[in-house]
Design a protein around this ligand. Structure first.
Ligand code: SF4
Ligand code: SF4
Length: 466
């Protein structure tokens, strides 16, 4: 985003910070962050990780709270099972989620990236902390990487890579427990491996992917691979809250010289905001796509401000407009537009969930048939039907004719004991007395029951002689 102040050196726009002048990877060694915001993020990450790892074990009515088994087309969101018959519901839920993300980003910028994205949480709060613990500070890490392969270096690197591999294995299991469920995953341990090669292959494959992501790709996941990150350019506007440098207060930047009168801005050019940045950018150049709003530069700058006796907040959460002219409009036409769309989507979604039935029945008159006049003065129509079980557990529904008064008789003995997500089909006769039929087409109402509980109600037409 272009800032309203003049950037006296905008050469940062000419290159990608993760690639050096020889076209090779610029490996970042960010200084270990600490401070007010980092502490809060650490606590938030601990809670988020606890919830993430507890998620697959939480069950409602014997089924997981969340399941995303796209292979077997079984999705469970907050205990609501979404089978193949309800994919439109899943589509609507995803659409609402996307509009919510857009609205959230327009208002709060990349708050999600810095605080709640699993990539940031695992990278900055788990893997990076292990790296600091084994290899030391960012400068010690740099020295170690350049040093020859001594016993000490081999020991440090092997320990780090082994722990990374172990955590990647744990994350792979976590991911698969959200896809196939913990019960299915347990089978790899409790049953012969030969019966679960595909699942085992999934664990190995995802372990390799996560190891690659956290040991090598790192910042490039956020700056190159993640589609959400790439969308920031169109989602953010001048009213979005981002991690921002207050150029009005900070410029012109100048080193602090003891005993000299200072006419410059508050930025003392200490570069602390740059050395802590895990994506290798200088936030003083303005909002950039690489910034994941991790708050490390806020803490680093506040620390320097404390040291030199200037007020904190030279880098802070702020919108471009609030820095440029002190205006901070949270409610903009764009925000109102997205809110209206989101409210409509949530309204439709809520209505659909509230009126959703556990079965879905289709019942049509058998092709090529009209009516049969019986010798006892009644009329019969022949129908074909299909009953789908939309739940994730077996059910044994019954089909009843509600109105008008008449009889329903199955042709043959259809098996109405339905497996989870199962389907049963058959044909049936509906017979009505002529006293109920005073026109050619009469509406007939049916219900599907599970025990005494009415699961579904639907209508069709009955044809009679005129
Ligand atoms: S600029 Fe600041 S908030 Fe953005 S990624 Fe770098 S350190 Fe984190
Ligand atoms: S940490 Fe603050 S004072 Fe130091 S260079 Fe960055 S913005 Fe300027």
């Amino acid at each position: 985003m272009k800032s309203t102040y003049e950037i006296y050196d905008d050469s940062f726009r000419d290159h990608y910070s993760a690639v050096n002048e020889e076209g090779k990877r610029n490996w970042f060694y960010p200084q270990k962050p600490s401070g007010f915001w980092h502490n809060r993020r650490a606590w938030f990450s601990a809670v988020a990780l606890t919830l993430l790892f507890a998620g697959p074990f939480l069950k409602v009515d014997g089924q997981p709270l969340f399941l995303f088994n796209v292979i077997e087309r079984k999705i469970i969101i907050f205990g609501l099972f979404i089978g193949p018959q309800d994919y439109w519901l899943f589509g609507l839920a995803m659409m609402s989620f996307m509009v919510f993300i857009v609205l959230f980003t327009v208002v709060y910028g990349r708050l999600f990236c810095g605080w709640a994205c699993p990539q940031t949480i695992f990278m900055e709060m788990v893997f990076r902390k292990i790296e600091y613990a084994i290899e030391g500070t960012h400068t010690q890490q740099k020295v170690l990487d350049k040093a020859p392969w001594t016993t000490d270096k081999i020991a440090k690197k092997v320990s780090k890579w082994s722990i990374f591999l172990l955590i990647s294995f744990v994350i792979a299991n976590l991911l698969l427990s959200y896809v196939v469920g913990v019960d299915e995953l347990k089978k790899i341990i409790t049953e012969p491996l030969s019966e679960h090669w595909s699942l085992f292959g999934g664990v190995v494959g995802f372990t390799a992917v996560f190891y690659f992501v956290f040991a090598w790709a790192r910042d490039q996941v956020c700056t190159v691979i993640c589609p959400y990150g790439r969308l920031q350019g169109v989602l953010l506007d001048r009213n979005s809250m981002v991690v921002a440098y207050d150029y009005k207060r900070g410029e012109p930047r100048e080193k602090l010289h003891k005993g000299q009168d200072r006419n410059a801005g508050d930025c003392i050019s200490c570069q602390q905001c740059v050395v802590v940045c895990p994506t290798g950018i200088d936030i003083r150049n303005g909002t950039q796509m690489e910034c994941i709003n991790c708050t490390a530069c806020i803490d680093a700058c506040d620390h320097m401000m404390d040291k030199v006796g200037f007020p904190r907040g030279l880098i802070r959460y702020a919108s471009e407009n609030s820095i440029a002219d002190g205006t901070n409009r949270l409610i903009t036409p764009r925000v109102i537009g997205y809110s209206v769309v989101l409210a409509l989507l949530w309204g439709v979604l809520g209505f659909m969930v509230a009126t959703r039935t556990d079965t879905e029945t289709t019942l049509f008159r058998a092709p090529g048939t009209t009516y049969i006049e019986n010798s006892d003065g009644t009329v019969s129509n022949l129908y074909t039907f299909k009953i789908f079980n939309k739940t994730n557990h077996p059910i044994a529904p019954t089909l009843k004719l509600e109105s008008p008064q008449g009889t329903l008789r199955f042709a043959g003995k259809p098996d109405l004991a339905l497996d989870p997500v199962g389907m049963s089909e058959g044909t049936l006769f509906v017979t009505l007395p002529k006293s109920e039929l005073n026109k050619r087409k009469t509406d007939v109402k049916f219900s599907v029951y599970q025990g005494d509980k009415k699961m579904e109600e639907f209508k069709t037409t009955f044809i009679a002689p005129q």
